[in-house]
Design a protein around this ligand. Structure first.
Ligand code: NAD
Ligand code: THR
Length: 343
């Protein structure tokens, strides 16, 4: 099979590799669509993200879906011919975190495209059947691939305790912010404000249902949110930009007793937050790391049409043009690039 392998920063080489053999509890999937995530681009540019260093050639891509072409002897719930979305993180299911149900916090998780685990920019992937979710007929393979960033958004909305009638501010209108917006809406938010510094992203957010948008490079975010909320502040902030200024402002734009979900990763982890605000205003500040138990909900929401993920896709390019596809994601006005594999 043909695999696109990151051999050094900014270099993909196409290698012929043996098609993987599914183990007894695995499915073999002919990959159909793979989204390009910011973390893929970061590995492509820099060869590392923090302590995760690409030391050996690595296949990137962790937002994937495709068709099952073989199943292991013990697989019962997934069949050849099923189209499936692949959940990219496979935890040990035996440690304390896994036993608590917080499997996204498993220290031994094997996560696609996180060194040394290969991802999905390749023709076939063998993956545990438990983490391959069949897609109903009315959910496309490309939507299935985006169950992954949708899951990040769903988990963030859960971590932020978004409730019916809430006003929610989402800072950052990249794929995660856009899909956190979908998640907040289905969780019951009645008003959603989205901030970004790129005008096209704000336009896109309004077209996708944001009630108001703010460009913090042009206007004061705290003042604008105060205007929009009659000075109370929002019930929930989902921080999905990773920008220092946006992270700092979370405690100022949220109402007393409100909640903050921090998703965006800043260049440096240490960012001052006003602890007096957090204490005096009884703010709930939650980290939001990847996701857990979200794929079934993501697929149901796609099947019912309650959320849209395909509308964030700006372009599709074939695996053979992977370098050009990665280069294209540099355009700040674009939200999501998608790679087609196979037919
Ligand atoms: N916690 C997790 O599990 C998790 C998972 C996926 C991504 N992430 C992180 O979430 C963040 C968002 O991911 P993405 O893929 O959407 O990234 P992205 O870079 O595509 O989007 C970030 C957006 O924030 C905007 N932005 C920049 N400065 C801003 C500011 N001051 N205020 C508001 N918006 C601003 C950018 O214009 C961009 O549209 C990244 O930091 C990423 O590393 C975290
Ligand atoms: C969750 C996933 O999308 C993210 N890029 C990560 O590697 O953690």
């Amino acid at each position: 099979m043909r695999s696109a392998v990151l051999t050094e920063p900014e270099t993909f080489e196409f290698e012929e590799r043996p098609r993987p053999e599914p183990g007894p509890t695995d499915v073999l999937v002919a990959v159909g669509r793979v989204g390009i995530c910011g973390s893929d681009v970061h590995y492509y540019r820099h060869g590392r993200i923090g302590d995760f260093v690409v030391e050996n050639p690595l296949v990137l891509g962790h937002e994937s879906a495709g068709e099952v072409v073989a199943v292991g002897a013990d697989v019962e719930d997934v069949a050849v011919g099923d189209r499936v979305a692949l959940e990219p993180g496979v935890p040990c299911l035996d440690c304390d975190a896994c036993r608590r149900g917080e499997y996204n916090l498993c220290p031994d998780v094997r996560f696609m495209a996180t060194p040394p685990i290969d991802g999905a920019f390749t023709e076939y992937v063998a993956w545990p059947a438990e983490f391959a979710y069949p897609l109903p007929e009315n959910v496309s393979t490309r939507a299935g691939a985006l169950c992954e960033p949708l899951s990040v958004g769903l988990h963030a909305a859960r971590r932020g305790n978004v409730d019916v009638g809430d006003t929610v501010l989402i800072t950052g209108g990249g794929p995660i912010g856009m899909l956190a917006m979908e998640a907040a809406r289905v969780a019951g938010a009645s008003e959603i404000i989205l901030s970004d510094v790129v005008p096209e992203k704000l336009e896109r957010a309004r077209a996708r249902g944001a009630d108001a948008t703010v460009d913090p490079s042009q206007e004061d975010l705290v003042e604008r949110v105060a205007e929009l909320t009659s000075a109370d502040g929002v019930d929930v902030v989902i921080e999905a930009s990773g920008a220092d200024t946006a992270i700092r402002s979370t405690t100022e734009v949220v109402r007393r007793g409100g909640s903050i979900a921090l998703v965006g990763l800043a260049g440096e982890g240490e960012i001052p937050l006003d602890t007096h605000d957090i204490i005096n205003d009884e703010l709930d500040v939650h980290g939001s790391f990847r996701f857990r138990n979200t794929y079934p909900a993501a697929i149901d929401l796609l099947a019912s049409g309650d959320v849209d993920v395909e509308g964030i896709i700006d372009f599709e390019m074939p695996l053979s043009e992977l370098t050009a596809a990665f280069e294209r994601t540099d355009d700040p006005s674009l939200v999501k690039g998608m790679v087609t594999v196979g037919d």
